[in-house]
Write a protein of this length. Structure first.
Length: 127
């Protein structure tokens, strides 16, 4: 990479370096815009227990750099901010732009919601 100084700077040397730097900035801005709309989800479950599991979320309207909920020292039981599966589904549907209360399907002559009657959107983790 060529470093431009007032003594050495010429259009043939400075313009390509400036174009590369501006291209990097433009690429970074485009990637940031994509990450704002992209929802990344990774889930790990403890094989021994079904009482607690961990989910890693990024982008798509999730507040960054936070932890929500806590388990005991063995990772067996939830001790703080328990999130149920219907709550998690309602939150994901909300982040995808769907209203989980309006999203129903008919089965056995009755309308069912994907989140049943228990789902609530977790407003604390939204950006």
């Amino acid at each position: 990479m060529t470093v431009c100084s007032p003594a050495v700077c010429s259009p043939a040397v400075c313009r390509p370096a400036f174009r590369r730097q501006s291209a990097r900035v433009t690429l970074f801005r485009r990637l940031k815009a994509v990450l704002r709309t992209l929802l990344v989800l990774s889930m790990t479950a403890n094989q021994v227990t079904a009482h607690a599991f961990s989910i890693w979320l990024a982008g798509g309207g999730i507040r960054g750099g936070m932890t929500y909920g806590q388990t005991d020292e063995f990772g067996y039981y939830v001790t703080e901010n328990k999130v149920t599966i219907p709550d998690f589904h309602a939150t994901i549907l909300h982040l995808l732009g769907l209203d989980h209360e309006q999203l129903t399907y008919r089965h056995g002559g009755r309308d069912h919601r994907l989140t049943d009657v228990h789902g609530h959107v977790l407003k604390e983790i939204r950006a």
